[in-house]
Write a protein that binds this ligand. Structure first.
Ligand SMILES: [Fe+2]
Length: 212
């Protein structure tokens, strides 16, 4: 029994240093913690550098806890994985059931999408002179490992869909705000906006900070 309340006794490795706890349910969370720390440190740097950090994170699909990868049969889910304490950025796991898609929507802050599992189809939109929304380009197909950038200065309106009709896809999104609390809009193709605040599907966050 531990002499300190709450402390875990850890086996010693052959080198004499403490090994990781054998009962750690989320051994991959160190990867997310390292990403969050590097992202915060580089927050004022170029978006390309931040995109590179996300590319490194989604290059390995071994760290997202199962409870933040759970699809909902009715609609896509957004799980908050981390929010900066000053709400300068947030990290969200998007879980797409087969064939699920978003409406056309905006963000009002910069954003990065990195596909962790499966694939996504992104359709960017632009305003036509009559105010309606038209596809700004052909749809983009993002496979696992790919990263996309969007924001008010480079195009902020799109729709996103699971590229697969028969399986779950998951992407990791990073936004320049606590995105679940940002008042933004969905649009119909005539360009008429409807206010929404997305919130999040989860009530508790992964604990990135316990290193015992
Ligand atoms: Fe989006």
């Amino acid at each position: 029994m531990s002499r300190i309340a709450g402390a875990k006794e850890m086996p010693l490795s052959t080198s004499g240093t403490a090994a990781g706890p054998a009962d750690d349910p989320h051994p991959g969370l160190g990867r997310l913690r390292d990403f969050v720390r590097a992202f915060a440190a580089g927050l004022d740097g170029p978006i390309e550098a931040r995109a590179g950090l996300l590319r490194d994170l989604v290059a390995q699909d071994d760290w997202l806890p199962a409870e933040y990868a759970e699809p909902d049969p009715a609609r896509y889910r957004q799980y908050l994985l981390h929010c900066d304490s000053a709400e300068r950025f947030s990290v969200v796991s998007f879980v797409w059931g087969p064939g699920q898609r978003t409406p056309i929507h905006d963000h009002r802050v910069w954003g990065l999408v990195g596909v962790l599992r499966g694939a996504e189809i992104v359709q960017p939109y632009a305003r036509a002179p009559d105010g309606s929304l038209r596809p700004a380009s052909s749809p983009l197909r993002l496979e696992a490992g790919a990263v996309d950038v969007f924001g008010p200065d480079i195009g902020d309106i799109h729709s996103v869909a699971n590229a697969h009709a028969d399986r779950v896809s998951i992407s990791i999104h990073v936004y320049g705000a606590n995105i679940g609390a940002v008042e933004r809009a969905t649009y119909d193709e005539a360009g008429r906006g409807k206010r929404f605040v997305s919130g999040y599907a989860n009530r508790s966050l992964p604990n990135l900070w316990d290193r015992s």
